[in-house]
Design a protein around this ligand. Sequence first.
Ligand SMILES: [Zn+2]
Length: 243
Amino acid sequence: MERVRPRREDFQRAVGRFPILHDLPPPALDALFERSTEILAGKDFFGTQGLEPSPDDLLDVAVLAALPVLNLGVDWYRGFHTFILYPAEFVADVEEMDEVGLIHSGPEIRAGEAWAHGPVVLAMDEVRSSGQGEGFNVVAHELAHQIDQLNGDMDGYPPLHEGMDRQQWASVFSAAWQRLQDEIQRGQEPTLDPYAAESPAEFFAVATEMYFDAPVWLHEQHPDMYTQLDQLYQMSKWFAKKD
Ligand SMILES: [Zn+2]
């Protein structure tokens, strides 16, 4: 696969395809360009099921993948080396262990998938539906799983920065988890995709999606969780008002 640095105008066109990137101030776009370039150079990209990824496909993945590590650096993606790209949603043969240790298996439709220390698997049609500001972002979701397992299990506890309070993270996420369970049980409109209720790992991945794709909404609905995620991902610093 070629390793050329993307042209800035091609990068800008990729940015143009994703509304969540439109409001980034120029210095943040410069940083996004650098991160995207590092991801394109440092990771392998393979198409499967007949997909031969075009340069624009790679850029679409790269600009969305650059966002979660915009302020953290691509070293936070050191746990994986490869993106596998499908043309469309794929059927995964799932084997899952539940709390009591039973293995459940069966086909399940997936938009993306993050294997433990394995490749990040994405469906390109879902990549193109991501980043539209509607709370759907399969790239942020799968990469949140990668960040989550940097410190061990995929369990909703990513590595936190110095100065962040682990207890506070746990209590904020526990409260938000409980709220989602209550909303689902009462039959109320859930404030997060009910898929988040599958496990703490999925909860963190879905919350990350919302943080990047619908931050205003997340801030309104879950201000404490927004604050924790903002301490981790640090996006609000680009928008801080200077007096
Ligand atoms: Zn997930």
